[in-house]
Design a protein around this ligand. Structure first.
Ligand code: NDP
Length: 400
């Protein structure tokens, strides 16, 4: 029988909700492109409830305990005295969400002698040292597509929020003011602007599709080019290099995974290639950007705005400069954990666990590492190596 350690974010400060703003979720059968939603044999939760926090337990307890497994759920994940550090030693499975990542460094993987499966309840397994997982024969799986559209919606919201200067204008209302000039001196229309995505995978392409009706000029760069028919339908301009794309864009959005090839790809040097006053939206991973270079670019005016929901490490320390830099629209890491998304990735987590425990193959599209190598989606979109360096800094949040 297995021991499953599940690392989830804390419950709301007022306690686990007793009621919700809405009674149900819209029914969605397929993702764009035809991939089916998760297909576990059963689920033990009410769709639309809070599953991603400690008391929600991703709806897994009944299923795991009825099958004789042990489930440990904790939010205490960072530092040598954490519950995760203690429990990982004999864990067979570690489940973690990117919003509150259980950093599985090489040291932790070496300590976890029984670890067979690192399961990401969401998308993006960069919190796992993939090289160490490859070397240690640990399977890494994530719930591909579960929250791609959730994030795409967030990206569009953030682009509009920055360009139209929404957040400062909202704050004038809350403060009791009517300062129209203060609001509009940084407010523009997106119509006619050039917007480019680094990566046109599930999220990047969904962002482009959603921005098309705004009559923006659409650009992308990716390792693999989209089918010609898609480029034509959306009127896309493809760029062979990121830098070439930055030079023509008013808005840039990052939608690629974090892996050694993409770490710190936005830095002082690459920011010089941006148009002055460009907007940058990053909901992919904080470490795609050099933290201090972003703050410097906002202070100098090279960037007119920066928004996103991803930081490094997570949770971000209280003195993280992205909390206080000018013209930002940051949120905690929430875009992929709407209640709608949670329902899908909790079901996907259950599907992966059922496959794992019943000895059935995990869907190829969910695999990142398997059998000692990158596999499935991982083989297509990631590169081997480690992007967890510096994650021990996350323990600073506790002390901050
Ligand atoms: P996909 O796998 O569908 O898309 C990733 C795309 O990135 C692929 O098209 C891949 O290209 C491309 N890519 C990889 N490396 C590079 C590179 N060096 N330069 C340009 N493009 C590159 O994933 P999703 O769209 O669903 O998710 C993308 C990322 O967004 C995730 O990895 C995760 O980090 C982040 N994310 C954030 C969430 C949040 O809550 N904020 C939630 C979900 C995801 P190709 O396949 O052509 O090689």
């Amino acid at each position: 029988m297995a021991k499953v350690v599940c690392v989830l974010y804390d419950d709301p400060i007022d306690g686990y909700p007793k009621s919700y703003a809405r009674d149900d979720l819209p029914k969605i059968d397929h993702y764009p492109g035809g991939q089916t939603l998760p297909t576990p044999k059963a689920t033990d939760f009410q769709p639309g409830t809070l599953l991603g926090s400690v008391s929600g337990e991703l709806g897994l307890r009944k299923y795991l305990e009825e099958n004789g497994h042990t489930l440990i759920v904790t939010s205490d994940k960072d530092g040598p005295d954490s519950v995760l550090e203690r429990e990982i030693v004999d864990a067979d499975v570690v489940i973690s969400q990117p919003f509150w990542p259980a950093y599985l460094t090489a040291e932790r993987i070496a300590k976890a002698k029984n670890l067979k499966l690192a399961l990401t309840a969401g998308i993006g397994s960069d919190h796992v040292d993939l090289q160490a997982a490859i070397d240690g024969g640990v399977t890494v799986a994530e719930v591909t597509y579960c929250n791609s559209i959730s994030v795409a919606e967030h990206v569009v919201m953030m682009i509009l929020g920055l360009v139209r200067n929404y957040i400062p204008s909202y704050q004038w209302v809350v403060k009791g003011g009517w300062n129209i000039a203060d609001c509009v001196t940084r407010s523009y229309d997106v119509e006619g602007m050039h917007v480019g995505t680094v990566a046109a995978g599930r999220i990047g392409l969904a962002v482009l599709k959603r921005l098309k009706p705004f009559d923006m000029h659409l650009h992308y760069t990716d390792r693999h080019r989209l089918p010609e028919a898609v480029e034509k339908e959306l009127g896309l301009t493809w760029h062979a290099t990121r830098e070439e794309m930055y030079e023509v864009c008013d808005v840039v959005t990052l939608n690629c995974p974090l892996h050694p090839e993409t770490e710190h790809m936005i830095n002082d040097e690459t920011l010089k290639r941006f148009k002055r006053g460009a907007y940058l939206v990053n909901t992919a991973r904080g470490k795609l950007c050099d933290r201090d270079a972003i703050a410097r670019a906002l202070e100098s005016g090279q960037l007119a705005g920066y928004a996103g929901d991803v930081w490094f490490p997570q949770p971000a320390p209280k003195d993280h400069p992205w909390r206080s830099m000018p013209h930002h629209g940051m949120t905690p890491h929430i875009s992929g954990t709407s209640l709608s998304a949670q329902t899908r990735y909790a079901a996907g987590t259950r599907e992966i666990l059922e496959c794992f425990f019943e000895g059935r193959p995990i869907r190829d599209e969910y695999l990142i590492v398997d059998g000692g190598k990158l596999a499935g989606t991982g083989a297509h979109s990631y590169s081997a190596g480690n992007a967890t360096g510096g994650s021990e800094e996350a323990a600073k949040f506790k002390r901050g």
